[in-house]
Design a binder for this molecule. Structure first.
Ligand code: SF4
Ligand code: SF4
Length: 159
């Protein structure tokens, strides 16, 4: 599990600069509150709301919030921590687990797509790779442990 120093989290003084830069329209300062409430039970409802919601999964990991934070709050680590917590409770969205599984099996987050050109011709993702002269994707190997964990999370996922 990630080790996050409580002192660095408490340094947040709700200046809201992280909100202003987030391209996903998130409120990263709320993640700070959720993290704190996972330790101090006073704001437990914030923690429950955040790990049960979709916002932590909408983060694009652009790190803009981390860059702008005047207090150097480790927002990226906090988001990762909250995602872990949600996954452990079977709250990771199915679409996210599907993308992780596809990446493990094919190196692509989305399985082969069919693309229709403006002339009405059909192409698959593989056709496009070939047309662009890209080498075929290698066989994914050595991901057994990751797959095992993913299957475990799928088993917990009730959505
Ligand atoms: S930018 Fe940093 S200090 Fe300001 S609200 Fe966000 S996390 Fe807190
Ligand atoms: S890392 Fe996530 S929360 Fe922070 S600004 Fe980027 S999308 Fe928003």
């Amino acid at each position: 599990m990630l080790e996050i120093s409580l002192e660095t989290i408490r340094a947040c003084y709700t200046c809201f600069k992280c909100i202003g830069v987030c391209p996903a329209g998130l409120r990263p300062n709320l993640f700070v509150k959720a993290y704190l409430s996972s330790i101090f039970k006073e704001f437990r409802d914030v923690y429950e709301e955040i790990i049960g919601g979709s916002s932590i999964w909408s983060c694009a990991r652009c790190l803009k919030c981390v860059e702008i934070c005047p207090q150097k709050v480790p927002l990226n680590d906090i988001i990762e921590y909250l995602q872990h917590e949600a996954a452990k409770r079977g709250l990771a969205p199915k679409i996210y687990l599907n993308m992780a599984e596809n990446t493990m099996n094919t190196y692509l987050a989305f399985t082969s797509q069919t693309i229709v050109s403006k002339d009405g011709d059909f192409y698959t993702t593989e056709d496009i790779r070939e047309l662009l002269g890209l080498a075929p994707l290698p066989e994914p190997i050595g991901n057994e442990k990751f797959k095992e964990i993913l299957n475990m999370l799928r088993g917990l996922d009730s959505k």
